[in-house]
Design a protein around this ligand. Structure first.
Ligand code: NAI
Ligand code: ISE
Length: 338
């Protein structure tokens, strides 16, 4: 394969971002077809992709178009399974935005289909594994200089969320990034996870519980404390601090100039994920394209996506039970061992 001719499924917020990215900044790939259940949405996607882009409202037709040899899935998480399975069936490489699926049951179907096909075709869009800051943290930890990690403290804060954002989405849509990136960062696996609910922010006008505190323990005994707080009202604030035996590795928000003005010292905080992780998405999609052209996958595999969904299921269970819930994966199949 010399070039990826991509059908992108789901022309919403990040779908349109990825269309623009692939057409303008990614080598070895172009969008040749776009699909959205709403024709208007697909037309908007096609406008960004440029003249000649085919428009579909049925993902099966888009994926099985003979001019298409690769697929990007940017529908909401609960609708990833259909197009990902269709791409596997067609034998075409597929990049699925995170999460691979909203439930472990859906993730399992994908993993089983990929294994049955005998070819690694699925990469999941956990872009933090491509973020310069997270990569530097990993290098520092892997150097061994600071000793073994013992405690991780994270915040995943957003300015605000849409009215249809639910309590479960704090796990399946938001914390899912930490669920994937932290075990990768410290070379470990989740063992048990718990979600506890402090008092809800008075700005929340529906049934959403926000903020939430997630306490997650790895098999190696590392404890992570994660604050998910999606109505913080002051910007997009992602922080990660790893406390090791001999030192602390801290990844703050990327720095902006510090301003001294009117008796105050201040530093800007990024508005949203698009800007905070813009470089990571570029690196991630380029890496997917480079791997797919060689018949390989990079980044997070379908198995990683499935394990993230198993962990998310356990956390969602704990949102109601209030107690720690076990993360049971049954072990990595040989097909996915690196
Ligand atoms: N990696 C990251 O940081 C981010 C990842 N995401 C992920 O990207 C995905 C999409 O998120 P958004 O763009 O915010 O959602 P969105 O709701 O803005 O867009 C989704 C689009 O998919 C379309 N769609 C739904 N079902 C479809 C189907 N069966 N076939 C074709 N089109 C369909 C909808 O009509 C809509 O246009 C989600 O999985 C989300 O978690 C979103 C934002 C950031
Ligand atoms: O993936 C993303 C969104 O879907 C999600 O809603 C946000 O919470 C995350 O920070 C962002 O990276």
């Amino acid at each position: 394969m010399e070039n990826l001719n991509i059908a992108l499924i789901g022309c919403g917020m990040i779908g349109r971002e990825h269309i623009e990215r692939i057409q303008n900044r990614i080598r070895g790939a172009k969008i040749v077809a776009v699909c959205d259940v709403f024709e208007e949405g697909a037309k908007k996607g096609a406008e960004i992709a440029g003249a000649g882009t085919k428009i579909y409202t049925d993902f099966n037709e888009a994926i099985n178009d003979p001019d298409v040899n690769a697929v990007v899935v940017t529908t909401p998480g609960q609708f990833h399974k259909g197009p990902v399975l269709a791409a596997i069936k067609a034998g075409k490489p597929v990049f699925s935005e995170k999460p691979l699926a909203n439930t472990a049951a859906d993730g399992k179907e994908i993993v089983e289909a990929e294994m049955a096909g005998g070819k690694h075709l699925v990469q999941v869009g956990f872009m933090r594994r491509y973020d310069r800051g997270y990569r530097q943290v990993k290098e520092l930890i892997d150097s061994g200089k600071f000793g073994a990690p013992m405690v991780i403290k994270c915040t995943h804060r957003a300015d605000g969320v849409a009215d249809d954002y639910t309590t479960a989405m704090a796990v399946t849509d938001t914390a899912i990034h930490e669920i994937d990136v932290l075990p990768w960062l410290v070379n470990d696996e989740w063992d048990e996870v718990q979600c506890i609910m402090p008092k809800t922010n008075s700005k929340v006008k529906n049934a959403l519980k926000d903020p939430q505190i997630m306490i997650m323990k790895t098999k190696g005994g590392i404890i992570n404390m994660l604050e998910v707080n999606v109505n913080c009202g002051f910007g997009y604030d992602i922080n990660c601090e790893v406390v090791c035996e001999n030192g602390v590795v801290n990844l703050p928000c990327p720095s902006f100039p510090t301003v001294r003005y009117a008796n105050e010292v201040s530093t800007k905080i990024e508005d949203n994920w698009i800007l905070r992780f813009i470089d990571s998405y570029d690196v991630e999609i380029q890496d997917w394209v480079d791997h797919a052209l060689k018949g390989e996958t990079g980044g997070s595999s379908a198995w990683d996506g499935y394990v993230a969904s198993i962990t998310a299921d356990a956390l969602v269970k704990s949102q109601t039970s209030g107690v720690p819930e076990k993360v049971v994966t049954g072990g990595t199949p040989d097909f996915y061992k690196k």
